[in-house]
Design a protein around this ligand. Structure first.
Ligand code: NAD
Ligand code: LMR
Length: 327
C-alpha cells in the first residue's frame, strides 16, 4: 500500500533555482525515496507558459514518486493543503548589488504569500524562504501568517554552511563528511559570520587541523560571505543549482531530522543575545520536525563582535520593512 502523497509548494518554480529544485524533489531527495509527493507550483502569470515546459519535462522523467503537479498564479490555490512551502520566487540581485538592496523589490511578495499560507496550508506546514533577502522576507511572511506558529518559518543559510565546509575540505584535503559543526550566524548577507570555533575535522578542532588562523579569519570568512557575489561575477547570474541543493538539504533535515548541527535562520527566542523574533541564523538540531537552537556554546570575543554586526544589520532590515508597512 503506497503512502499518501505529501503536498510540496514551490514558488518561483519557472526560475533558475526552480529548474534544479523540482526535479530533485520529484526524485525523492526531499522526503525520501518511498514518499509520494504532489508538487504545487506557484508562478506569476507571465511565467506560466514557461512553467508548462518544465512540467512536461517532469512528466517525461517518469519519476515513480511524483503523484501529481499543479501550476498556477493564485497563491491560496497553490498552497492548499501543503505541508512544505519552499518560497523561492523573488528577483535575484545583479552585479554590484547587496542582497539587502532587494528589500523594496521583493518584500511585497512575502506578505500576501504568508497570508495565503495562513488561509490554505496544512496544519503541519513548514515554510522555507530562499528568495532574497531571505531572512527578512521570512520575517515578513511569518508576520502575515498570524495563525501559523512562528517556529514553522525559516530561511536558508545552508548554502553558506555548505560553502564553508567545502572551503575547509579544499584547504585540508579532508572529505566534507569528516567536517562537523561549522556554524553560520546572522544574516544571509555579506555580514554573516561563518564560525569554525566549534567545528571539527576528523574529530579534531578545525582550528588545529587547519593550523592557519590568518587563513580562517581573513580568507575563509570573506570567501564564504562574498561567494554569492563571486558567482554572479563569474556566471552573470546568481547561484542556482547550489541554492537548490542547499534548499533540499535544509528542508529535508527539517522534515526528516538530523543529529548533526546544521545552520538555519529561524525566529530567535533571545538565545545568544539575538533579539527575540528576528529571523537569524543559528546552530540547530532537528527532531520530530522541530528545530532546537543548540544551547550553551561558548562565544569568544571575536565571534561576539561578528554575530552582533550581522544582527545589527537584521535589525535595520526589520526597521526598513516596518517603515514600508510590510510588518
Ligand atoms: P529567477 O529570476 O531565475 O527566478 C525567480 C522566479 O520567481 C521567476 O520565474 C519569477 O517569475 C518568479 N516570481 C517572481 N515573483 C513571484 C511571485 N510573486 N510569486 C511567484 N513567483 C514569482 O531567480 P532564481 O535564480 O531562481 O532566484 C530566486 C531567488 O532566490 C532570488 O531572490 C535569489 O537572490 C535567491 N537566492 C537565494 C539564495 C539563498 O541562499 N538564500 C541562493 C541563491 C538565490
Ligand atoms: C547566493 O548566496 O548565492 C545567493 O544569495 C544569491 C546572491 O545574491 O548572492
Amino acid at each position: 500500500m503506497p503512502k499518501p502523497a505529501v503536498r510540496v509548494a514551490v514558488s518561483g518554480a519557472a526560475g533558475a533555482i526552480g529548474y534544479s529544485l523540482l526535479f530533485r524533489i520529484a526524485a525523492g531527495e526531499l522526503l525520501g525515496p518511498d514518499q509520494p509527493v504532489e508538487l504545487r507550483l506557484l508562478e506569476v502569470d507571465e511565467a506560466l507558459r514557461k512553467l508548462e515546459g518544465t512540467v512536461m519535462e517532469l512528466q517525461d522523467c517518469a519519476f515513480p514518486m511524483l503523484a501529481g503537479t499543479e501550476t498556477g498564479s493564485d497563491a491560496r490555490r497553490m498552497f492548499d493543503g501543503v505541508s512544505h512551502a519552499l518560497l523561492v520566487g523573488a528577483k535575484p540581485r545583479g552585479p554590484g548589488m547587496e542582497r539587502g538592496d532587494l528589500i523594496e523589490v521583493n518584500g511585497h511578495i512575502f506578505g500576501p504569500q504568508g497570508e495565503a499560507l495562513n488561509d490554505a496550508a496544512a496544519d503541519d506546514v513548514q515554510v522555507t524562504v530562499t528568495g532574497n533577502p531571505a531572512n527578512t522576507n521570512c520575517l515578513i511572511a511569518m508576520h502575515a501568517a498570524r495563525d501559523i506558529p512562528n517556529e514553522r518559518f525559516s530561511a536558508l543559510t545552508r548554502l553558506d554552511q555548505n560553502r564553508a565546509v567545502a572551503q575547509l575540505a579544499a584547504k585540508t584535503g579532508a572529505s566534507v563528511t569528516d567536517i562537523h559543526d561549522v556554524i553560520i550566524w546572522g544574516n544571509h548577507s555579506a555580514t554573516q559570520y561563518p564560525d569554525v570555533t566549534h567545528a571539527t575535522i576528523h574529530g579534531r578542532a578545525a582550528r588545529l587541523e587547519v593550523g592557519d588562523d590568518a587563513w580562517l579569519n581573513d580568507v575563509l570568512i570573506p570567501t564564504v560571505a562574498k561567494r554569492g557575489a563571486a558567482i554572479i561575477d563569474a556566471r552573470g547570474a546568481s547561484s542556482a543549482a547550489s541554492a537548490a541543493s542547499a534548499t533540499i538539504d535544509h528542508a529535508r533535515d527539517w522534515a526528516l531530522g538530523t543529529d548533526r548541527i546544521v545552520s538555519m535562520a529561524v525566529p530567535s527566542d533571545g538565545s545568544y543575545g539575538v533579539p527575540e523574533g528576528l529571523v537569524s541564523s543559528f546552530p540547530v538540531t532537528v527532531t520530530e520536525r522541530a528545530w532546537r537552537i543548540v544551547p550553551d556554546l561558548t562565544i569568544d570575543e571575536f565571534s561576539r563582535a561578528r554575530i552582533d554586526a550581522s544582527v545589527a544589520e537584521l535589525e535595520s532590515e526589520r526597521d526598513a520593512v516596518r517603515a514600508l508597512g510590510l510588518i
